[in-house]
Design a protein around this ligand. Sequence first.
Ligand SMILES: NC(=O)c1ccc[n+]([C@@H]2O[C@H](COP(=O)([O-])OP(=O)(O)OC[C@H]3O[C@@H](n4cnc5c(N)ncnc54)[C@H](OP(=O)(O)O)[C@@H]3O)[C@@H](O)[C@H]2O)c1
Length: 295
Amino acid sequence: MVIGAGGLLGQYVAAEASVLGHEVLGTFHETSVPSSAFETTRLDITESHEVDAVLKRFAPDAVVLTSAMTNVDLCERNPSKAWAVNAEGTLNVALACSSTGARLLYVSTDYVFSGVKGAPYLEFESPEPQSVYARTKLEGERVTMDASTRNAVCRISVLYGWNRVSRKQNFITWIIDSLRKGKEVPLFFDQIASPTYAPHCAKVIVRLLENNSRGMFHASGPDCVSRYDIGLAVAKTFGLDKALIKRVATNESDLIAKRPHCSCLDVGKVEGELNMKMLTLEDGLIDMRSTEDRK
Ligand SMILES: NC(=O)c1ccc[n+]([C@@H]2O[C@H](COP(=O)([O-])OP(=O)(O)OC[C@H]3O[C@@H](n4cnc5c(N)ncnc54)[C@H](OP(=O)(O)O)[C@@H]3O)[C@@H](O)[C@H]2O)c1
């Protein structure tokens, strides 16, 4: 069962599991998900009775929770809604999984870290969330891990890829779109992270479940790059004008929520667990360029 199959990551997780022959139920919230490949149903994770009913009916072996309130500044402005979705919503799912015997894999974020270390974080290092979004996601991690030792958490960072379900942009599609329109793109040189290609991350998530892996994993790409350098890599791969990319500092912006300076994730553990390499930004962008027509 994939909760949030209308989101960027959820759409790829549902498709990957389905292609591999798993029986899939994909849930959506407001935007419906058209799919002939798997069953879909509407679900609001803040409604515990709905969560209980769907889990009882479908009786999944495993649940992947990708749904969240993901707009970091909106969470800062509306902390009670952020808490209701990201923390209490996760608790509702974790409780329903425990009572039906399903394993839960929860998708979390690099933003749980303060970013002051200046190097990639390992799974066991202490989180120090700097924003409402990060605190509510950390609570989601806690309830997932406390609910069952069979559960898993995958932290990811700067998720990107073509959105085949909705018109919602992500960081990289926004850069491509802006450069194609000849617009200037201001990008932070002092926010450094590990971009995560949604189609590849989906494969990793399904393999972790097939492998019965449990515990905490960093499942991002292996790079540790600034948002400015991501922009330059996008311009290079897509043959766009890099002169439109402007190097800016976080303190020149009007962002509401505090962002970590360097929230890169060390992916050695997941690579060892699955005996596979995580996909680099360069390879993710090349794959995006060659698959754009499938949109
Ligand atoms: N995007 C990133 O750069 C990034 C970075 C690190 C970690 N993550 C984490 O990765 C996960 C996936 O991110 P994403 O970018 O794929 O997310 P996304 O595209 O923003 O999708 C989030 C999904 O959550 C659904 N949702 C919101 N409120 C809900 C509710 N009350 N009940 C059920 N579903 C609800 C949304 O449905 P509606 O739109 O219909 O409301 C949407 O389909 C999230 O957990 C996020 O915290 C993302």
